[in-house]
Ligand binder design. Sequence first.
Ligand code: SF4
Ligand code: SF4
Length: 478
Amino acid sequence: MKKILLFQILTFITVLFLFVSGRIVKLVFIDQNQILSTGVSAVILGIPIGLIFYHLIPLIFAEGNLRTRILLIQLNIIILLIDSLVFILIKKIFTSNHFQIFQVTGLVISILLFIFQIFRDLFFNEEQIKPDSSVPQLPVQYQQLKPVKTLLQIFFRLFPNPEPTGIYQIGNPNKMSPIIITGNYELTIRRVIKNISDIDCWLLVCNSRGVNIWCSSLANHFTTDDIIEMINRINLNSISEQKKIILPQLCAGNISIQKIKSETGFQCTFGPLSSKNLKNYLNNTLPEAGRLATFHTGERVEMALACPIIISIIFFFIYNFIHLPDLVIIIPVLYILSVIQAIIFPYRFIKNVFIWSLTFGLLAFILSFVFNRIVNLPLTMGLSISLGITYIINEFTGWSPLVKYSFLPVKKPSLSINPARCTGCGLCIQVCPKGVFHLKNHLSQAAKPDQCIQCHACFTQCPTHAIQHNLQKNKDSF
Ligand code: SF4
Ligand code: SF4
């Protein structure tokens, strides 16, 4: 935890440095005639820095996934190169001296962040989150309501919020009590505990890198090895005699229950989609809908409050060089528009998300034009708001696996079941969050293939490899 704190302090100092240097540069070098060129250079400086922060922060917590890290590092190199090229180009067009300062500052910061990423494993490693293998008492902090903290976590949901892993007793469990698995994202732990507080059970918190289970599993940050490691480290055998654990349904796309069984002896079952239904699941009264994922208004609004943080950071850097007080209007308006678009998202009159985002952005600009006439609101603000909301809507589509990003064409899912291999075990029905499968004559059938959101769960879990899906890397032949 000390190292995470150190990282947070370093980030804060970097942001502070950017802020102060921006102010000084502006005070010393800029007069009214240079506003346009300053704005251009600030955009060029701000965007790569914002992007680097965007990729740096999740990267720091992404232990154990070398491929993702290498990809992100490559991406940062490209950003760095584009950054340099654009600065050189701009310098050719505008010849003012202060561009050298922007150029040097931008490149030095980019290089420092880049070097920091390469060597970050020297400072942050798997040991940063230590399991609590002592007396498994539930820490008081998870039982408190904490509305302010919850609100902050919603606004900063994009960033990981890791808690120590470990096992906790809920109520008065014994050796036959259920064992429920979850990840170590603070908000998830508190919500799960709230939903099972009156059940006598064990809660095993595994390392999901401080991210919620679905995102963490899809990004390969919550793996079979994390669960096996926790079972062994906690010595779960000494706590339980029933040798059964309940996994969250939404990790099914990235977990091998066969490997867990063979390496630990623990049998796995998949619990409900949401911890709200855990009680029903344990009482065998889980309705069919308890296994289906939705993206209802409440969830969309929660995401809409998280989405604007990146563009807000980018605007902070840009407006640091232009006119910082403008953000007092720009940022709240962006949050309000983000929530409005989240509410109307399913009812939008243009289905293609990219065109919808451009239309919404254009409407925002027209509205700002009207305000410009009525209350003399600067048009640059309107432009920033419309660009910001266009970005947010495109970003929003990536916030749930249920909403597919449509800027790039999404490959239509194709899946089929080999009846000769299907044993009718029903596991695909249990794990599919879209209800694609049903049983007929004791065999599974893909009844609604168009509903597939390509989450990997069915073919990862099918014990006989009966499911053929276009996402499978190594397709078994029929
Ligand atoms: S998981 Fe595989 S074997 Fe089991 S019902 Fe589904 S297709 Fe059949
Ligand atoms: S059918 Fe599609 S949505 Fe359902 S489990 Fe398989 S991959 Fe996921």
